[in-house]
Design a protein around this ligand. Sequence first.
Ligand SMILES: [Zn+2]
Length: 251
Amino acid sequence: MAQAPAPEPVTDQETELGQAAYDQLKQKGEIIESSPLYDSLKPIADAISRTAQPRYPHPFKFFLVHETQPNAFATPGGNVYVVDSLLYFAKNTEELAGTLCHEVAHTIHRDGVALMEKEQRIKRHEIEAAILLGPTRAHIIAIALLGKLHSLGYSRDAESKADVTGSDICAQAGYNPWGLVWLFHDFQQADTRHVPQLLSDHPADGARIQTLQQHFRDNASTFSKFSSDPKTAKPFSAPRNVPEQFLRPGH
Ligand SMILES: [Zn+2]
């Protein structure tokens, strides 16, 4: 069965926070170690990584996790977590790609680090000097960060900026960036219990859609070649009822 990637070694504060978050998710038994679902995710994740990698110093790595809501979230250091059910929630390749591009953009913008800097008073000089936080502090910060990432932690402005950078990455990777707009529309129509946190920041007000559409209009040379019609989307379907093997704490 297709496997989860190996985590990146800790070399600075971002990878340290990333590792602490990984350890926490592993502790909770959420990380899928192997599953055929990795084969479905891989082509999209690879294309986005190739495009986004020049903008970030650590390799992007995509992990599948099992949680109750379809969702995706990124932690400092390059790890992107994709909840398995998002592969079924996404109606097409463009919607899934748009989500992954959005998450990668949060990492490029250092949004997670900025959030923790504010919340946990990580000192600016600690970040600039890339001083490691130590296992206990990193662990505490990682738990706080994961909580924030699951509860509308980012401002609408940070979300919109991630949408815009994400749409640039998707366009460059060859995925129609309208996918994210289509996904917003799907969320607006979805049962609220199933609205993923990743886009549930004021999902109904349309401000993020407007910002994206303005970006598409302002950069017509990049975006005008993409159709806004979801009927042009490339179907995506992940196999159902496939096995998932989880990373277990202590292994
Ligand atoms: Zn976001």
